[in-house]
Design a protein around this ligand. Structure first.
Ligand SMILES: [Mg+2]
Ligand SMILES: [Zn+2]
Length: 188
C-alpha cells in the first residue's frame, strides 16, 4: 500500500478481546461471563483522545466448534460496544473469525486468512477505516496476536502477560501486564 498519497490515513489500536478487554474465562459468549479488566475504559479514553481509532480483532473458533452461534456473539458484541459508549469510548469496528481448520464444524472447518496469526482481520479493518498499519498498535495476550500484527505490518506490538518471564532476545514485542500498561508505555 502506498501511504504517501494518503495524508488522511488514521491510526488505530487493534485490541484482542479475551484477555485484553475482558477476563479470558474461555469461550465467553454470555454477558454474565463478560468481566471487563480493570483500567480498560480509562485506557481506551486515552487512546481515543490521542486520535487513534479502536478496532477489536478476535478469533472466535467457539462459533466454528458449535459452542455458541454468530448471533450470540453479535448480541454480546452489541452489549460490549454499548458499555464502551456509555463510558464515552467509540469502538470503530469489531472483527471476528469463526473458523477453525481442524475443529470447525461444517462450513466453519476451513483455513482462514482472517484467523490470527493471519493478518486478514487487520488488513480488512485498515481498508475499511483508512488506517495506516505501520503507525498503528496491537495489543494481545497470545503469540498468535503478535504474529497477526507483525504479518499485517503493525510495528508496535504489546503482549499482555501476568507472568514475569524473562525477556528473550527474539522478542519482537513489548511485554506488559494490561492494556492500561500498554497504553501508558506507548504514550510515555
Ligand atoms: Mg486473547
Ligand atoms: Zn475466518
Amino acid at each position: 500500500m502506498d501511504n504517501s498519497l494518503d495524508q488522511s490515513g488514521s491510526k488505530a489500536f487493534f485490541l484482542d478481546r479475551d484477555g485484553v478487554i475482558n477476563i479470558d474465562h474461555g469461550y465467553v459468549y454470555k454477558i454474565e461471563d463478560f468481566e471487563f479488566i480493570p483500567g480498560v475504559f480509562e485506557a481506551c479514553k486515552i487512546i481515543s483522545q490521542a486520535g487513534f481509532k479502536i478496532v477489536v480483532v478476535t478469533n472466535q473458533a467457539g462459533i466454528g466448534r458449535g459452542y455458541y452461534t454468530e448471533q450470540q456473539f453479535n448480541e454480546l458484541t452489541s452489549w460490549m460496544v454499548e458499555q464502551f459508549e456509555q463510558q464515552g469510548v467509540a469502538i470503530s469496528e469489531v472483527r471476528f473469525c469463526p473458523h477453525h481448520a481442524e475443529s470447525g464444524i461444517g462450513r466453519y472447518k476451513q483455513e482462514c486468512f482472517h484467523r490470527k496469526p493471519n493478518p486478514g482481520m487487520l488488513l480488512t479493518a485498515a481498508k475499511n477505516l483508512n488506517i495506516c498499519l505501520e503507525q498503528s498498535v496491537l495489543v494481545g495476550d497470545k503469540y498468535s496476536d503478535m504474529f497477526a500484527g507483525a504479518n499485517a505490518g503493525v510495528e508496535a506490538l504489546f503482549y499482555v502477560t501476568e507472568a514475569e518471564l524473562e525477556v528473550k532476545k527474539s522478542d519482537f514485542f513489548i511485554r506488559c501486564q494490561s492494556l492500561h500498561e500498554a497504553v501508558t508505555l506507548f504514550f510515555d
